[in-house]
Design a protein around this ligand. Structure first.
Ligand code: 3H9
Length: 689
């Protein structure tokens, strides 16, 4: 008996309980503890069968990710799975919560699996840049066939108990309270029936059928090429499942193990593991008490039913929280309500929501033309356009309307939150809640802490973010907060290079090759050049494009030309405008060539800005900046974010290259003091926290 595994004998069955809070990750200690209990049960003649169950909120949620990259302590997980599958006595897995990754693989090595009604199973390794490395790629296809296995493993999705039952991934589904007793009864029945232990490895019928369709793997890879682009793990998963179909079980396992080893060492998996922990770390605010008082958010008011206000509203409706939506005119209110309804109806048409759910969500909105309707809500979010005067006016009025003890939030994306807060007599109740467009989709929420914002308000905002499915990153007050400020230098350099004569298609391609879904100019065209509408003090290509009615994709022309399928091509008109604007501004042609040089010029200034944001204390930690870039700007997750990437490139190299760029292009490339200090010390952003 260890602290991780204990057992009790129940009428001839050993009930082994695993306990490694919070998610029963399969640490070395847990594996050793389970092995010891299994040995004892297998060698005890009074024991006929074994049930493995978990204490706490979930069955095993996977291998212990913190152990990756370190030497494995025996027994390894594949060994443990082999011991269980080869056992002389039936072993039943009793799963509740989420049996994920190595946890589900361990269950698959058991002879039977029982799940509670609310349980889920899945193999989410792909999200960590990995594949299931303890037999998952070999056993799942033997149960569900290669096609369904590819879907489950490359998506990493959680399969609900009922679906798992119909697919044969679990053998029975029982009410939560009955799990242990049902599993014990199942185990006794297996003993009484005297059947051979059912080993997934011996199941051949699905594999034999899949052998008739050898093109299936190439077809699956081709059909999903867009989704998998840039990622190494999905291709490895396809290869491993193919091995399950084509090779013997043991050869397939060996193939899986080799692929796992390759991936676990890869920069991509390192990056994705960093992101996994960074996302969880972001929610932690060091100066908050462990159990802070919170405002109970039962109702929300949103001011502004435009694109942002509408998207913000949907987050709360999705979480079952009612929203009073306020606009200044009936027309704007009707338009906003119409957009929300159409968004939901589109989701329903895709089968991801029922018509009744659409109506339930719409019924949670109380539209109003009167700010007075916000008197009793628990949280107000202002989402009107970016004008300090307008915001100051609204917050001044809200101060006289909204009940004391409610939170007043602004969705401003760059204005000074402290000035907005000063428009009220309760600045401690004012906070920034900065959503990213489309606000119902993007997972980042910047929680902006003003000089006076109270701990209760910060703690409530961080918790609320989780409730509405967002990842909160705490930001101090500065122009652009974290994500917008971080990425602004990339845009500035893209535009500078454009004027110097680097083709915009080259600039965009370097960014998409790096892993961004689209390049800078493609993004501008998608958002709409009129929407971006910067107040330029000098002539700009964007200004000229807007003046020429080339507003972006929606008009079939912006920086690029678009055909009716939205495929882009280079535009001679844009090229002409670029040359004209460059001449008017006296920019000399000196195009940056070579992908590495282009990328350095675009992304080193982002790294540098990140260093400044960190040094100024705007972000709490380097990994928060990575999360803001990934979740707010679709920075490729397999790069780990700008600062993780910078650490991988090497800070001394970045500083040296930036000094050369500074000599040529000036101040934008002057290395930030923190960056230089870390490089000089041989340290990294990862060690800077
Ligand atoms: C694998 O299994 C490889 C095998 O195929 C092959 C091996 C040979 N390890 O998310 P939460 C921590 S790869 C270590 O906030 P929730 C987490 O960091 C693994 N730590 O809870 C956090 O710590 P803290 C495949 C882990 O209720 C705390 O637990 N499995 C692990 O919102 C609470 O986590 C996965 O990828 C772990 N495996 O969600 C599943 N998991 O409190 C990963 C969690 O200090 N886990 N922690 O910040 C999850 O998806 C979610 O944690 C889960 C619970 C859905 C289970």
């Amino acid at each position: 008996m260890t602290q991780f595994a204990t057992s009790a004998t129940r009428e001839g069955v050993s009930l082994i309980t695993l306990d490694n809070p919070p998610v029963n990750a399969l640490s070395g200690g847990l594996r050793a503890g389970l092995q010891a209990e299994l040995d004892r049960a297998f060698s005890d003649p009074a024991i006929g069968a074994v049930v493995v169950i978990c204490a706490g909120r979930t069955f095993i949620a996977g291998a212990d990710i913190t152990e990756f990259g370190k030497p494995w302590q025996p027994p390894t997980l594949p060994e443990l799975c082999r011991i269980i599958e080869q056992a002389p006595k039936p072993v039943v897995a009793a799963t509740h919560g989420t049996a994920l990754g190595g946890g589900f693989e361990l269950a698959l090595a058991c002879h039977y699996r029982i799940a509670t009604e609310a349980a889920r199973v899945g193999l989410p390794e792909v999200h960590l840049g990995l594949l299931p490395g303890a037999g998952g790629t070999q056993r799942v296809p033997r149960i569900v066939g290669a096609e369904a296995a590819l879907d489950i493993i490359t998506s990493g999705r959680q399969v609900k108990a009922q679906e798992a039952l119909s697919l044969g991934l679990v053998d029975a589904v029982v009410p939560e309270a009955d799990l242990a007793e049902a599993a014990l009864a199942f185990a006794r029945q297996a003993v009484a029936d005297g059947e051979k232990c059912a080993r997934v490895r011996d199941r051949e019928e699905r594999i034999v059928a899949d052998r008739q369709n050898p093109d299936l793997f190439a077809q699956f890879a081709a059909a999903n090429a867009r989704r998998f682009k840039g990622f190494a793990a999905p291709g490895a998963i396809v290869e491993a499942v193919k091995a399950a179909v084509e090779l013997s079980f043991d050869e397939g396992l060996a193939r899986e193990a080799a692929l796992f080893e390759m991936l676990v060492e890869s920069p991509q998996s390192h990056a994705q593991r960093h992101v996994f922990f960074a996302e969880r770390e972001a929610g932690k605010v060091p100066d908050l008490p462990a159990d802070p008082p919170l405002v109970d958010i039962g109702s929300v008011g949103v001011i502004g039913a435009g694109t942002m206000g509408g998207g913000i509203t949907m987050n709360f409706l999705n979480a079952g929280i009612s929203v009073t939506l306020v606009e200044t005119t009936q027309e704007a209110l009707d338009r906003g309500m119409g957009v929300i309804r159409r968004n939901y109806e589109a989701t329903a048409r895709k089968g991801r929501m029922t018509d009744a759910q659409v109506e339930q969500r719409m019924a949670l909105i109380a539209p109003s033309l009167d700010l007075g309707a916000l008197a009793d809500v628990d949280l107000v979010i202002e989402a009107v356009y970016e004008s300090m005067d307008v915001k100051v006016d609204i917050f001044g009025r809200l101060d006289g309307i909204v009940r004391q003890g409610a939170i007043l939030a602004s969705n401003t994306s760059f204005l000074n939150l402290d000035r907005i807060a000063q428009a009220t007599r309760r600045p401690e109740w004012v906070v920034g809640l900065h959503f990213f467009s489309p606000a119902n989709v993007m997972r980042l929420l910047e929680v902006v802490r003003g000089a006076a914002t109270s701990k209760t308000v910060i703690a409530t905002a961080m918790k609320l973010a989780r409730r509405i499915g967002k990842v909160a990153v705490l930001s101090g007050v500065c122009d652009g907060f974290i994500a917008n400020r971080l990425l602004a230098p990339r845009g500035a350099q893209a535009e500078a290079m454009m004027l110097e004569g680097t083709p915009i298609a080259n600039i965009d391609r370097v960014l998409t090759d790096y892993g961004f879904a689209m390049g800078h100019f493609q993004m501008m065209d998608l958002v709409g050049l009129d929407v971006i509408g910067r107040d330029a003090t000098e002539r700009t290509v964007m200004g000229d494009l807007v003046a020429a009615g080339r507003l972006g994709q929606k008009r079939g022309a912006g920086y690029y030309e678009y055909d009716d399928k939205r495929r882009s091509s280079v535009s001679a008109i844009t090229e002409g405008l670029i040359a004209e604007v460059a001449a008017a501004r006296g920019v000399h042609a000196k195009p940056t060539t070579g992908d590495t040089a282009l990328l350095a010029r675009l992304l080193y200034p982002v790294v540098n800005e990140g260093a400044k944001i960190l040094e100024e204390g705007i972000a709490l930690r380097a990994s928060d900046i990575d999360i803001a870039a990934i979740l707010g700007y679709n920075w490729p997750v397999y790069r780990g974010g700008p600062l993780f990437w910078a650490d991988q490139v090497g800070l001394p190299r970045i500083v040296a290259e930036m000094r050369a760029l500074e000599a040529e292009h000036g101040e934008a490339f002057r290395p930030a003091p923190l960056l230089t200090r870390l490089a000089d010390k041989g340290a990294s952003f990862g060690q800077s926290a």
